[in-house]
Design a protein around this ligand. Sequence first.
Ligand code: AMP
Length: 422
Amino acid sequence: MSFRSLGLCNALLKAVAEQGYATPSPIQVEAIPAVLSGRDLMAVAHTGTGKTAAFCLPVMQLLSEGSSPQAKKVRGLIITPTRELAAQVSASLERYSRHMNIRSAVVFGGVRIEPQISLLQEGLDMLVATPGRLIDLYNQQAFNFDQLEILVLDEADRMLDMGFVDDIRHIQSLLPSNRQTLMFSATFSKQIKSLATGMLDNPLLLEVTAANSTVDTVKQLIYSVDKARKSEALIQLIKNNDWHQILVFSRTKRGADNLVTQLKNAAISADSIHANRTQHARTLALDGFRNGSIKVLVATDIASRGIDVDQLPCVINFDLPYVPEDYVHRIGRTGRVGSTGLAISLFSEDESKQLQTIERVIGRKLERQIIPGFAPSQKAPVDSSDDDLYGNFEPDPKPRRRDQPQGWAGHGRKSTNKKRKR
Ligand code: AMP
């Protein structure tokens, strides 16, 4: 399967080739022709499946075929739950549209609104926005939805988790009804179904990687350790393995900050990313993590959404999330686009319940080990038979799944085709 056979125009084919994408991912194969045909879409896919290109490419093509935007009007709107994701989607749009005449911009809170009002003055083909700032701009009459043709809701499940449901419903009430709508979500919960029912018209349903299953290419380990010694254990793991780009998840903002202090005290460069940090601080932390000046990025679940750093070799759960789906999202940050990754969880006895729920949800018992010198004082269910995995981790030479197209491996696919709208 090639990008050309999906019906994309030459300008987009050129941009895709420049990105080095040889083959479309499974979700791109399904979504691109459907969106080009004008159909609504409900896609269950998490980050790492190529979902951003799956909606950006066809949406840009459709918009490039229509008329230009009028002043203070927006033709395509992508709503994301977080600022980081908004910035990343916008950067993807820019890369993909470099050979097209598409005017796009990104707006989110935490920064001055005036420059965003100016951006909207002449009208835009594409606007990427977080819900709160979008509504602020609308209320200030910086733009209106009269010319809106396409709406994309990215990571809709996270928007609901973050309490944006009323904002989304409010925005929905302002939109023209003859628009095309695409919804992406990592899970297909009852709430998402109900949101989708109200917003989508006879959508094509796509599911890429069962929402609650973990990616095949990630080696998952549980290290049993006393709660009080977790930071010490983490520091030793990082030093012994000489890891250089580690994403560490913390359940709380305070926990993230404390951990950063302890890592810095141990001469490991670290920074945090969570909701209490300013936009500027978050951007600096992400940039430092990307360019290698920061070795460890400690993130809370919400802030971690949308962190797209290719080929992360390892993610560490400093503590286990209460919501098992968050575990799936967390470990989805490694082993992306066919590369093998490692996900380590530092597990203390008080987290037994969370671990059981995670194992139930992913349908798999996770391998438990002890870090030499860190045997927990409290008894934990441990299987230390695989000791060679401690120490320098070598990527697992597990073969790729055979049924995947070359150039894109590791994600299963299931789709339900329904009748097309156009
Ligand atoms: P996403 O799921 O949109 O967050 O994309 C995950 C990563 O996959 C991003 O770094 C994309 O640049 C990359 N990507 C998207 N489509 C392809 C493709 N067809 N081939 C290779 N990489 C891709």
